[in-house]
Design a protein around this ligand. Structure first.
Ligand code: DX5
Ligand code: ZN
Length: 222
């Protein structure tokens, strides 16, 4: 079973609560919340106060993707604001082991994200303690970019290593250019958390878009 996770980066921010309710009632499992600081990536999005307001009004599993230089500094604040999972980038300046521990100390799931140029092996030292690995399938920073099919071997490598160390429960999330056409490639490589921004929010019928992605994932696992 795959987890479908619409990214609010492509939502209408003037009615973010309603946008989230729309995809949740349309079958979304999690809400992907992209945080960018204009330093780690060349874009600025939303942060702690918006998540706090949103999570108070809309009950959901908030999957927070931190694309910021010093994620360790903000773990407590995002967890207190309603994050149920936090992914941070291995390429950031924070110590990975310390950051994972800080996330777990807040009683939520911890994930490490990899940019396209970062090899699978970079996450191997942390696999035993991680809940999730986020494989970027575009350069982080913007929604609506083209899916990088050459990330599939990396997904497969992480899935195989997780399995080798007895972590078949590892969640592998993919983010960037995911839609009903690209889903079969990432699902067959071993991804089971599918982030989709433009492929869901840019569609009039979000339930239909989510169902199409879910079907594409299920057709592979059958
Ligand atoms: C990009 C973000 C993504 C983005 C994906 O850096 O991390 O979550 O919203 O958007 P799509 O699905 O449109 O590629
Ligand atoms: Zn993201």
């Amino acid at each position: 079973m795959s987890i479908i996770c619409p990214s609010v980066l492509s939502a209408d921010f003037s009615s973010l609560g309603d946008e989230c309710r729309d995809v949740l009632s349309g079958g979304a499992d999690w809400i992907h919340y992209d945080v960018m600081d204009g330093v780690f990536v060349p874009n600025i999005t939303i942060g702690i106060p918006v998540l706090r307001s949103l999570s108070k009004k809309v009950d959901a599993f908030y999957d927070v993707h931190l694309m910021i230089s010093d994620p360790a500094k903000y773990v407590d604040a995002f967890a207190n604001a309603g994050a149920r999972h936090i992914s941070f980038h291995i390429e950031s300046q924070s110590d990975a082991a310390d950051t994972i521990e800080a996330i777990h100390n807040k009683g939520i799931l911890a994930g490490v994200a990899l940019k396209p140029k970062t090899p699978a092996e970079a996450v191997f030292p942390y696999l035993e303690v991680l809940d999730l690995v986020l494989v970027m399938t575009v350069e982080p920073g913007f929604g609506g970019q083209k899916f990088m099919a050459d990330m599939c071997p990396k997904i497969r490598k992480i899935r195989e290593e997780a399995s080798r160390i007895g972590r078949d429960d590892m969640l592998i999330e993919v983010d960037g250019g995911i839609d009903a056409v690209t889903t079969p490639m990432v699902s067959s490589a071993g991804a089971n958390v599918l982030v989709a921004g433009s492929a869901v929010f840019n569609k009039k019928d979000r339930a239909e878009a989510i169902a199409a992605i879910r079907k594409a994932a299920e057709d592979v696992s059958r």
